[in-house]
Design a protein around this ligand. Structure first.
Ligand code: CTP
Ligand code: MG
Length: 339
């Protein structure tokens, strides 16, 4: 009966769906950070560069995550990577030293979290009011940040869809990896993959094209076509609006996705099978209940945080969203109601 419901849904979206375009775009516009925020971020980055350079002249600082991938909403914290040109065995020592340097320059709430999964230093800059996390040698994150940013330049609908999905996930409490739901990074990959799958496609598969950018990081080769200015018209034969795409996105994750067998893969632009990846059974803590392949670290399933309980929470939230978009008289309010 679920399959019947799904087929019926996929054929007939509500007839007044176009009425949702303006309110969804209004929400998107409100979420976009104003230009002043960028200036403040650069001001803080310049200060950090000055401090770091004094102690480690050969190190570099890079922004990654939502402050640099173009999927950041207003007032986000910033993520910074301190990169050395060599492997660092003792990150704790460097982080503790860094924390001392930052404290003596009057940065606030400085904390070195040396035992976290990704060890880092947290701080708050009283001048700009921005909070910031600094980690060490997380170059893959810097590279996947560039990939996301490049995808966003191809078609404006990716940012629109991803902002709405992230806003929904935060409002509904399903953007908490420590509670077994998904990271923002995972949601953006779900959006990219979804737009690669539309017919006609709205996004290409950059890793399946000629290589124009290539780096090797931690033995992982990261290569793809990054001349995205040449792809500005890529999705133009697909005329779907943000309203149709938001509807179809939730409909897919509620009633269309084959959770038992499928892995979504931005790297290939296709669905691949769990069997092919040997993600069919639980290994350690990886249960593979919803499978999202990292585009570069292909052995990473970004759904690995999801457990028996949280998969139900997630799927019920996808169904709730799909049902609201289909039937609710005021979906742009109900969709984001706090849980
Ligand atoms: N990242 C990663 N692997 C993960 C999770 C995150 O490589 N499993 C990296 C990605 O580069 C990502 C960054 O860490 O862009 C930050 O992750 P996250 O906080 O999930 O995303 P943000 O885009 O910063 O979202 P938010 O606006 O919620 O802060
Ligand atoms: Mg972040």
């Amino acid at each position: 009966s679920q399959r019947l419901r799904m087929l019926k849904r996929q054929m007939e979206c509500r007839s007044d769906i176009h009425r949702l375009i303006a309110p969804l775009l209004a929400i998107y516009e409100l979420l976009i950070p104003p230009e002043e925020e960028r200036a403040k971020q650069n001001q803080l980055l310049a200060l950090l560069e000055k401090l770091v350079c004094k102690e480690w002249p050969k190190a570099g600082l890079y922004l990654y995550g939502s402050c640099a991938n173009s999927f950041g909403v207003s007032k986000s914290d910033i993520d910074v990577c301190l990169a050395f040109n060599e492997d660092i065995n003792n990150k704790s020592e460097i982080l503790l030293k860094l924390a001392d340097i930052l404290r003596s320059d009057n940065l606030q709430n400085v904390q070195a979290l040396t035992r976290a999964r990704v060890p880092l230093v947290k701080l708050m800059d009283p001048v700009t009011g921005i909070s910031c996390d600094i980690c060490i040698n997380n170059i893959l994150a810097v590279v996947n940040t560039k990939l996301l940013k490049d995808y966003a330049k191809i078609d404006a609908r990716l940012r629109q869809l991803a902002f709405i999905v992230k806003h929904w996930a935060k409002s509904r409490g399903v953007n908490e990896t420590y509670q077994g739901t998904l990271s923002s990074y995972a949601y953006v990959l779900m959006c990219i993959h979804f737009l690669q799958q539309r017919r006609p496609a709205i996004l290409p598969c950059l890793q399946g094209m000629e290589t124009t950018y290539s780096v090797t990081v931690d033995d992982v080769e990261c290569a793809y076509f990054d001349q995205v200015e040449k792809l500005r018209d890529f999705g133009s034969s697909n005329k779907e609006t943000v309203a149709q795409l938001v509807w179809a996105f939730f409909n897919y994750w509620a009633y269309g996705h084959d959770y038992a067998n499928s892995v979504i893969s931005v790297r290939t632009g296709r669905i691949i099978s769990k069997r092919e990846k040997d993600w069919t059974r639980r290994i350690g803590n990886d249960r593979h209940l919803i499978c999202i392949e990292d585009p570069f670290e292909t052995s990473h399933d970004l759904g690995r945080v999801v457990d028996k309980f949280s998969i139900r929470v997630l799927r019920e939230e996808f169904e709730r969203a799909a049902d609201i978009l289909q039937y609710d008289p005021n979906p742009c309010v109900t969709l984001f109601e706090p849980y």
